[in-house]
Write a protein that binds this ligand. Sequence first.
Ligand code: ZN
Length: 410
Amino acid sequence: MKFLSLIAAGILVLSGCAGAPSREPAHRGAPPASLPSTGPAPTQPGITTRPGAVVASPIEATGTRFIRVLLSGGTSGVVLEGETIRAWSVDGRLVAEAAGSVTLTVVGERIRWNGSRLLGDTLDAAGAPDLRVGTRKVAGRVRLIARKGELLAVAVVPIEAYVAAVVSREGAPRFHPEALAAQAVAARTYAVGAAAKPRDPAYDVVGSVEDQVFDGMDGVAAVFQEAADRTRGVVVRYRGELAQTVYHSTCGGRTEDAVSAWGKDVPYLRAQLCDDCADSPVYRWEYRMSGAEGRRVAKALGVPPGNDLRIAVAGRTPTGRASRVRISSRGVSRELQAAEFRKAAGYARIRSLKMEIVPVAGEWRITGEGWGHGVGMCQFGANGMARRGAGFREILARYYPGTEIKGETP
Ligand SMILES: [Zn+2]
C-alpha cells in the first residue's frame, strides 16, 4: 500500500480493514459469506523436499502451515533477486540456476529464463540467503506460473510468517503488544479461512488490499513477530466456524453493524460503543472539498454539475453513519449509496461515513469521525483497551462478542 506511506506521518495505523466490499484502501474484498472451519493444514501440492536443499527454505519443514500469496499477476515478466537463485520443475528437478538477478518472462504458456532458455509452465524458485520478487523479500519458495500470456508469482509463505508480515502493515510498532496480538489473531483467522477457500486454484490470497497487505518480510520488526508467535494457532470462531474478523482503523466512538455496512447481519458484528480510540489521529477529521472537486465527483457519479450543485447526506444508519447521499444539479437529482460517494471522492479524503456535509461558499466542509468501515475491531480502540490493561482475548471478545477465541495456546 504505497499510499499509506504518503499519508501524514502521525497516522501510524490507517484504515487497515478486513471485509469492506467497496475495495476501500486497506480493506479487503467482500466479507466472505461463510468461511468454513479449517481442516488440517492446507497442504501445498508439489511441496516436497527439493534436491537443491542448499537453498531450500524452512517452509519445507514438516508440520508448517502455508498460505499461497499472489505477489504479482497480470504482468508478462518478473525479476527475481538473490545471491543464488535456483528453480525446479514441479516434479522436483533442478532446471535452472543463477546468481544475482534473473528475469522471467512468458512465451505462450512457457517461462523463459533470463531471455534464453524456455522452461515449462510452472517453476518453483528459491534463493539464498533469501529471494526478492520485485520489491518484496520472500521467506521461502515462490511458484511461478505461466497462464494465458501472464506470469503469476505466488509466494508460499508459512502462515505465521504471513501473519507477522500482515500485522507489520496493519499495526504500528508503538501499539501495545496486546493490541498487536489481537490484530495477529484477526489476521490469522482471515488467513486460515482463505487458505481453506482459495481465491484461485493457484493462490489463496492476493498480497494487497483486496485481501490483507503483504509486502514481504522486510520491516517485520520483532514486535510483530512476537505478536504472531505468542498467539500461534489462535483463531476466532463463532459456533465452531471461523469468524469474519473484519477490522478498521478507528470507529470514532461506535462501531458499525455489518447489516448497515454490507446488508448482511452477522451476530458478532453488531455496533459496540467504543471510547478507547479517542487518541486516534483520525478520531475527528475534516476535509474541505473544493468546488472543482465537488463538480468532478458529481460528474463521475452521473450528475452534470452546474452552479446550483448540491451534495447532501440523505439517510443515516442507526449508528449515525451516512447511508445515502443526494447529489443534485440542473434539475437532475441522484440519490446513491454513501459508500459510492466515498469511493468517488477518495477513501483517504472521506475517511469514514460518520460524516456531515456542509456547503460553505461554493465548497463543502466535510467533517467526520473515525477511519474505515467501522465494522468489527477498532484498531485504535484495541490499543486503548490494551493500555488500560486488557489482554488480547478481552479485546477480541469485545469487538467480536459471542465468539470463541481458540487455539493451541492456553
Ligand atoms: Zn473505536
